[in-house]
Ligand binder design. Structure first.
Ligand SMILES: [Zn+2]
Ligand SMILES: [Zn+2]
Length: 178
């Protein structure tokens, strides 16, 4: 996988897994393909639950109270997952960097790719460019989706048009009763 300078694909993969968790290991692997990863992973019986633990660890980064806490959690994850950078040209992808050792399992690779990718995303685009959908902040609203803000102006607050519309309707009603 190419971790582009902004780490965009890795962080979007993490959000995709968090927002729509695959019910099987094969579903996780398919998701990695959809986000540009090409390598094959050795299959292990606990891949599915260990990948779930990686996603839950990442959600703690999403929900961190402030940038120092976010950095502390990510640093811990990178210390666990990442190795020194290594140049590789596997699967005809062209030369790129891996931040991990060779021949790791699916959850180990995802922990490295997601933690380093998220760190790149936050340090290049801004430490606040990750959070939960703003519609879900209102009590009683069901949305808990993660929003990765990769927009140019950095003002993406909702996970979907549906959530943006629901919030707009609420604002409109609040004005109407006043
Ligand atoms: Zn690669
Ligand atoms: Zn939403």
């Amino acid at each position: 996988m190419h971790l582009n300078p902004y780490g965009e694909y890795a962080v979007l993969l993490a959000a995709s897994l968090a927002n729509d968790w695959p019910s099987t290991r094969a579903g996780i692997e398919t998701r990695t393909r959809e986000h540009g990863m090409t390598m094959a992973f050795p299959e292990r019986p606990d891949d599915h639950e260990r990948t779930r633990a990686v996603v839950d660890g990442w959600l703690a980064v999403v929900d961190a109270a402030d940038p120092p806490e976010r950095a502390r959690l990510l640093n811990t994850q990178m210390a666990t997952a990442a190795a020194y950078p290594r140049l590789t040209d596997h699967d005809g992808e062209g030369w790129h960097l891996h931040y991990r050792d060779r021949d790791q399992s699916l959850p180990e690779v995802l922990l490295a790719v997601i933690s380093v990718g998220t760190a790149l995303h936050l340090t290049t685009r801004g430490m606040h460019r990750l959070g939960r959908c703003a519609a879900g902040q209102v009590p009683g609203d069901p949305c808990t989706a993660v929003v990765v803000d990769v927009t140019r102006n950095g003002r993406q607050r909702y996970c979907s048009v549906r959530c943006a519309n629901r919030a707009a309707v609420r604002r409109h009603r609040a004005r109407a009763v006043r």
